[in-house]
Design a protein around this ligand. Structure first.
Ligand code: NAP
Length: 259
């Protein structure tokens, strides 16, 4: 299927590794020109080069912290009028809510709620004027099925979902959609550090924690980031203009509810 987005411009935030990287690669395969971001320049440039040589599209990099005003300004200066915006940032650390103080909560809200809202604020009016826009927020299955040790993530991301649910109905008339893509367990560096935390907490080896995580999932495996990237590209397609304000779970069937 031709997704009808060749030649479009996208900002993909936090994209040197993991799910952000996979989204960037899948969009590039559809002929989308990219600006990708991450804080660490080396891996960011290496990812950009891999995407360029795999797809031939233009990939520019902005090494900045997307959770800061300066970081967002640098990205928006490089691409002030994107057609596609993929919001992403590192997730908050796991832990026990008794240890979290104001600064921990504020950091989580800043990264996983305020940052995507600021990126949407800076880009959505231009998308509506141009009558095309696709915004995808990478959040977490923990919004639908909270994970106890990820309380900071459960809380901050739920705030973003609430905001998006309202705004997404205002933009779709102008062919601008806003949807959330909710990863369950995917094989990335972030997943590895969560498994290390679980292994320590349960007094088991990393491999045992990993096997348990796979066994607990109805699919019997962890997700492949490439699957996630392709779903993101599909959400950004021309064909998806009638779908907005939705929360798409990609969790191998782990969420047990009907709705
Ligand atoms: P990952 O493999 O650790 O990759 C994170 C990427 O984000 C890296 O490119 C990192 O590069 C960049 N990044 C982190 N903080 C940033 C910042 N402040 N500014 C700019 N770039 C930043 O993580 P992932 O597994 O892809 O996870 C992506 C998101 O999905 C996270 O919010 C995570 O919590 C969420 N999630 C993941 C899973 C999963 O199974 N993987 C499940 C549920 C939710 P630098 O470090 O160089 O900045």
């Amino acid at each position: 299927m031709d997704l009808g987005i060749a030649g479009r411009k996208a900002i993909v935030c936090a994209a040197s590794k993991g799910l952000g990287r996979a989204c960037a690669m899948s969009l590039a395969r559809e002929g989308v020109e990219l600006v990708i971001t991450a804080r660490t320049p080396g891996p960011l440039e290496a990812t950009a080069e891999e995407i360029r040589s795999a797809t031939g599209v233009s990939v520019r990099v902005v090494a900045s912290d997307i959770t800061t005003d300066e970081g967002r300004a640098a990205v928006l200066a490089a691409c002030p009028d994107p057609d596609i915006l993929v919001n992403n940032a590192g997730g908050p650390p796991p832990g026990d809510f008794r240890d979290w103080r104001r600064e921990h909560w504020m950091a989580a809200v800043e990264a996983n709620m305020f940052t995507p809202i600021e990126m949407i604020r800076a880009t959505v009016d231009g998308m509506m004027k141009r009558n095309f826009g696709r915004i995808v927020n990478i959040t977490s299955s923990s919004v639908k099925a909270p994970i106890e040790i990820l309380g900071l993530s459960n809380g901050a991301r739920a705030g973003l979902h609430g905001f998006v649910a309202g705004l997404a109905r205002k933009t779709v008339r102008h062919n601008v959609t806003i949807n959330n893509l909710l990863p369950g367990p995917f094989e990335t560096d972030r997943m590895r550090s969560n498994l290390e935390h679980m292994a320590r907490a349960k007094g088991v080896s990393l491999e045992q924690a990993r096997e348990a995580r796979q066994r607990d999932n109805p699919s019997g495996r962890l997700g492949d980031p490439a699957e996630f990237g392709d779903a993101c590209a599909f959400l950004c397609s021309a064909q998806m203009g009638f779908v907005t304000g939705q929360n798409f779970l990609m969790d191998g069937g782990a969420y047990p509810g009907t709705y």
